[in-house]
Design a protein around this ligand. Structure first.
Ligand SMILES: Nc1ncnc2c1ncn2[C@@H]1O[C@H](COP(=O)(O)OP(=O)(O)OP(=O)(O)O)[C@@H](O)[C@H]1O
Length: 294
């Protein structure tokens, strides 16, 4: 199966400033693919390069097997894009803006516009200039979805949406996914990536750290272990390799972040004076931080 998005050694520098360096990964058809990294990591730079808004310094990328630089027009006909910050013509009404956007795709569909506006609780007759940041974002979501694109590229899509609206947004994405739409979802919020995505690419300082399935990320060895003991400070764990963090909680608990073989850990603490043990799976955020601090 050919990937829908294929990025090979993509590099973009802004003069002497780093943008992204040697990014390589592929997104398969029908995947919901997360792109995760802290502020300034290079997510928007990668996305803008894919959209031919900026040009790569070196490397290449294709979408639907077409080169993002030379065949951008063809590509854009079949994608929906939500930028991290949306800017529209301020004096346009929402409905006119959406009709205008639909016209680019030759798909004026009043029912779809009305449906999306209803779901997103968007007043079609308001002017863009009168909308809050969150409501502008909703216009952006409707504009990205209205022509039912084959690929959705969403750059920090949930910023400004309240929790209820975030739920609606995720429902909309699930419906798109059920139609076979491929979704490329950039975010710095891991919990939403964990909730939505099949795989994630982790980017830091302009370089790709890892591409992994969310399932595998959650299945790694990293665990929170809480030991209960009368004298937690006296527990000697020096012989156990893989303790990433050790923290006394209150007077009777010792909380550890452990990255290693669980059997070795259990054998290592067998002789220690503890009365209880709790082993928990870390959140994706913690797994993510762990990758970053190593
Ligand atoms: N137009 C520009 N001129 C100069 N440097 C830029 C420009 N755009 C981005 N950069 C730099 O490129 C790097 C990557 O930025 P980018 O906006 O792609 O990150 P990001 O992961 O999208 O971050 P955020 O979550 O804050 O949007 C940063 O160091 C940033 O300062």
């Amino acid at each position: 199966m050919k990937p829908i998005v294929n990025i090979e050694g993509l590099t973009k520098t802004y003069g002497k400033r780093r943008g992204i360096s040697g990014i390589t990964f592929a997104i398969e058809e029908g995947e919901v693919f997360g792109f995760i990294g802290p502020n300034g990591a290079g997510k928007s730079t990668t996305i803008r390069t894919l959209l031919n808004i900026i040009f790569p310094t070196s490397g290449s990328a294709s979408i639907f097997g077409k080169d993002v630089v030379t065949q951008s027009l063809d590509i854009r006909r079949q994608i929906g894009y939500l930028p991290s910050e949306v800017f529209y013509y301020d004096d346009m009404k929402v409905v006119d803006l959406l009709r205008f956007a639909a016209a680019f795709h030759r798909c004026r569909n009043e029912k779809r516009i009305a449906d999306l506006a209803g779901r997103l609780d968007l007043d079609l007759n308001r002017k863009i200039e009168d909308l809050s940041f969150g409501n502008r974002k909703k216009v952006g979501i409707a504009q990205a979805l209205l022509h039912e694109p084959k690929l959705l590229i969403l750059d920090e899509p949930t910023g400004g949406l309240d929790p209820l609206m975030q739920n609606t947004f995720f429902e909309l994405l699930k419906e798109e996914r059920a139609k076979g739409t491929t979704i490329f979802f950039s975010s710095h919020i891991l919990s939403e990536v964990q909730r939505m995505c099949d795989r994630v690419a982790i980017i830091k300082d302009g370089s790709l750290i890892k591409v992994e399935s969310v399932e595998n990320l959650m299945r790694n060895n990293l665990r929170h272990i809480t030991l209960t003991a009368r004298q937690p400070d006296e527990i000697d764990l020096s012989a156990i390799a893989g303790i990433v963090r050790r923290e006394r909680i209150g007077t009777t608990h010792l909380k550890l972040l452990y990255d290693g073989d669980m059997k070795a850990f259990v054998q290592g603490i067998a002789g220690c004076p503890f009365t209880d043990i709790l082993i928990e799976e870390p959140s994706l955020d913690e797994i993510f931080l762990h990758y970053y601090t190593n």
